[in-house]
Design a protein around this ligand. Structure first.
Ligand SMILES: [Zn+2]
Length: 825
């Protein structure tokens, strides 16, 4: 691969930000919605607005930003395709119309983008001159060229950049060719797809089927730039999974689990295996699976009154009735009578005997004169409540939580605030071993992350005594499982509204507080953190309380988010974190958010961290693949704002930038390649538990992604055992050169290099050796004058090369050094 050239003395670092996503078939629709039954005693206004999951097509990032800013719920199905962006949205009919009026296209079930796998003959304008490049030779770089196989089919994925990529008129085209193995010629020309995100050129890329593994690729730009690159393997030749070991126990989960089931099993594990497991109860209780009892009464529009009980529904609110009474007579004042839990609003009459109480007046009377039964009453939505209220027979208020959706699990859901248990597993739980936090189900409707995490916990405790590798994990790590971090929302998803994403806390002002909006309340727990938050101008969090990505009224407003901060501050040995979501088939890290204007991301991790993330991802995803050949493809791995979208205030940014925790995000599930059809089949939040082992199913996803979690534990154990210092070299090394020379650094393991070129002692404040550009290898120095490099490297575990101490000015000065002598004669 080409590296970026940087002229020493003129370190001109061009900033280029980036993003890429993969295309997949549409996810299955989520058939979960049922409307509440409106009894004769209730107005139609209590019916929740029917929603459905639809697949949509946006023209590009600008439209995506607008749609997200308008508060639409576009989560986990966002795919960048060459002609724009495809996404999934949970929409009411009204929202669907609003989106269409913004220019968004609603896709049919078979309209999703699929990569063109045919060679197309290439770019006409490039023609023959492409193979004889002139001044534009160095304008093109290969970012990555990855070969992978799944279920008997080979694929090649390529990313390439041109320095002219931002140019809009004309847009620079890129052509990709590949050989058919070592020594064969290039052919099969294809036009690459150009990707632009938030106004910034990212790179060009392609994914296509191939039967033979190529050895090299060649990329040519329409302006005459050309380069070649070596093809690397992606997740090929993975070591066998733990599950292959004879006697290894796995496959513990028999179906989706409610929070009660998850927590009950966690507590049972702690009782059964007290020598290696315990429960830590998180200090902040959730808001609870509970709601105020409500009704919308008195008419529609300006005449409607929205009433909410002071007590939670299950604590008496559901027993309240409200009646609007028309008395005979004229010149009667508005008054309120309360008998037990029965409230009678005696409507006013004017001089002619006509009803005369407005919705605003009735609401005010209910708030102040209902003997404390009603603590919130207001006009409907944005109405001022100027309409005259109509009489109504007694209406029973309800929290709607006793209305179970079809297919809900058996059993009662505990009401009231929940205490979230953390299942901690490790032989040495004293802070001396690297801690790994597995946090599942921030998003309520994501059921597979919870079963995946529980399966991993079961494997640890069941195999500890009998399997050598498991014993090493339990003895050398300290694992913290939060099997569901959103129990209230998860219960709502299981029992009431399957598409629930957020928690159940209602922060909405009056205009959105009527029960018709109840499925849209709540805070997106993965937007409620402090770093790169929506409040600080980052993209992907909403201030609209009904938005799918509502960030909350302030940073860390929610107990579920406060608990995570509490946990990592109390257990400072937590150095790894996996935030487990579904169903994108992605593994990512930082940067995870950007400011849209200029696409300014959170700081990219140093090269050593970036390399460590990639190395860990390769190990984790190889183990996922080992189960049934599911490949998480390379375009779905990297910084989450590059591979998915900007997520303001997500937990990973907070944990990495505040505490230095390696914080991964995982989208389990997602597309699987179906050899029978030759297509990728998309995932869903709640796929059938059992199913064709080759296709999407909750059971298969649980098993394969639990393999990946187990490998993450091994990554952490290896990290904890790593006491060896890294080794780095300057290539080529010191010595005499006739004329300018290109040099770069290499390391024997993921490590970050700090260097000087002015003869001074390198410290942690010295320039850091950077990537050529994001997703690319380290930069290249073009040395034109005699230059002395002084440097040292630091590995992912913090070991410093030659045990050099950059902080102390000790006499040894055993940093690395090399002098490039340029002989100009
Ligand atoms: Zn999620």
């Amino acid at each position: 691969m080409r590296r970026r050239h940087v002229r020493i003395g003129l370190l001109a670092l061009t900033a280029m930000a980036g993003s890429v996503l993969m295309a997949s078939a549409p996810a299955g629709a989520d058939p979960t919605h049922s409307t509440a039954s409106a009894g004769s005693k209730r107005s139609h206004l209590e019916d929740r607005e029917a929603v459905s999951l639809v697949r949509i097509k946006l023209t590009g990032a600008d439209m995506l930003d607008k749609v997200v800013a308008a508060g639409f719920d576009l989560e986990h199905g966002v795919k960048r395709v060459p002609t724009g962006i495809e996404a999934e949205a949970v929409l009411t009919a009204e929202q669907r119309a609003e989106l269409q009026s913004m220019g968004v296209k609603i896709l049919g079930s078979d309209e999703a983008f699929a990569w063109n796998e045919q060679a197309d003959g290439g770019i006409r304008t490039a023609g023959k001159q492409a193979v004889q490049p002139l001044s534009h030779e160095q304008t093109v770089r290969v970012v990555r060229a990855d070969w992978f196989t799944t279920k008997g089919q080979g694929f090649l994925y390529v990313e390439a950049r041109t320095t002219e990529g931002q140019q809009a008129d004309p847009v620079v085209q890129m052509q990709l060719e590949n050989d058919s193995g070592t020594g064969t010629s290039f052919g099969f020309a294809r036009t690459m797809s150009r990707f632009v995100d938030s106004g910034q050129y990212m790179f060009h890329r392609n994914l296509f089927k191939l039967d033979e593994r190529p050895s090299q690729i060649r990329v040519t730009s329409s302006t005459g730039g050309v380069t070649t690159g070596k093809v690397s393997d992606w997740l090929e030749n993975a070591p066998p999974p733990l599950t292959d070991d004879p006697g290894y126990k796995s496959n513990f989960i028999d179906g989706y689990k409610t929070p009660q089931q998850l927590y009950g099993r966690a507590e049972e594990i702690a009782r059964q295996y007290p020598d290696i497991a315990q429960i830590i109860y998180l200090p902040n209780q959730t808001n609870g699976y509970q709601r105020k009892a409500q009704a919308t009464i008195g008419g529609t529009g300006q005449s409607a009154v929205v009433v909410s009980s002071a007590a939670w529904g299950h604590e008496g609110g559901n027993d309240i009735t409200v009646e609007f009474v028309d008395r005979p007579g004229a010149d009667l004042p508005l008054s309120v009578e309360v008998t037990g839990k029965a409230i009678r609003v005696l409507l006013a009459k004017d001089a002619s005997g006509a009803l005369a109480s407005t919705a605003a007046e009735v609401a005010a009377a209910l708030e102040t004169r209902s003997a404390g039964l009603i603590d919130r009453a207001h006009p409907y939505r944005t109405n001022a409540g100027t309409g005259i209220v109509a009489p109504s027979a007694p209406v029973a208020l309800t929290d709607f939580l006793d209305q179970k959706r079809a297919g809900a699990p058996e059993g009662e859901v505990p009401r009231g605030p929940a205490t979230i248990p953390v299942l901690r597993i490790g032989k040495h739980r004293d802070g001396t071993k690297p801690g790994v936090l597995i946090q599942a189900q921030d998003h309520a409707r994501e059921w597979v992350p919870a079963t995946t995490s529980l399966e991993a916990a079961e494997r640890l405790v069941h195999n500890y005594k009998t399997d050598r590798e498991t014993k090493r994990i339990v003895e050398d790590t300290d694992v913290f499982f939060i099997l569901s971090n959103n129990p209230d929302g998860a219960n709502y998803s299981f029992y009431n509204f399957a598409s629930q994403r957020k928690n159940l806390t209602n922060h909405c002002p009056d205009e959105s507080a009527d029960p018709g909006r109840r499925d849209s309340w709540g805070v997106d727990l993965n937007r409620n953190y402090r770093v790169a938050s929506g409040q600080d101008g980052y993209s992907g969090g909403s201030s609209v309380c009904t938005s799918g990505t509502y960030q909350g009224p302030e940073k860390l407003s929610e107990p579920e988010a406060k608990n995570i901060v509490w946990l990592v501050e109390k257990y400072r040995n937590i150095k790894f974190m996996m935030s487990v979501h579904s169903n994108g088939g992605q593994l990512f890290w930082q940067p995870g958010a950007y400011i849209a204007d200029g696409r300014i991301t959170t700081p990219r991790p140093p090269l050593g961290d970036e390399a460590f993330y990639w190395q860990s991802a390769g190990r984790i995803l190889s183990q996922v693949k080992a189960y049934r050949e599911t490949v998480v493809t390379p375009e779905n791995v990297g910084g989450s704002s590059d591979v998915l979208y900007s997520s303001a205030g997500n937990v990973r940014e907070d944990l990495y930038y505040t505490y230095g925790i390696y914080a991964f995000g995982w989208e389990v599930g997602g597309s699987v390649y179906n050899p029978a059809t030759g297509n990728w089949q998309g995932g869903s939040f709640q796929p059938p538990w059992e199913g064709d082992p080759n296709l999407v199913s909750g059971h298969s996803e649980t098993m394969e992604y639990a393999n990946g979690i187990m490998e993450m534990f091994r990554v952490a154990a290896d990290w904890g055992r790593d006491k060896k210092d890294p080794k780095s070299t300057l290539v080529p090394g010191g010595g005499k050169h006739r004329g300018p020379v290109d040099v770069h650094f290499e390391t024997n393991e993921p490590a970050t290099i700090y260097y000087t070129t002015d003869g001074s002692r390198p410290t942690l404040k010295s320039p850091r050796y950077e990537a050529t550009d994001f997703r690319e290898p380290g930069q290249v120095f073009h040395v034109t004058e005699t230059t002395r490099f002084n440097w040292f490297s630091v590995d992912a575990a913090g070991n410093i090369e030659r045990n050099y101490d950059p902080a102390k000015n000790d006499k040894r000065n055993n940093y690395r050094t090399a002098t490039i002598k340029i002989d100009k004669k």
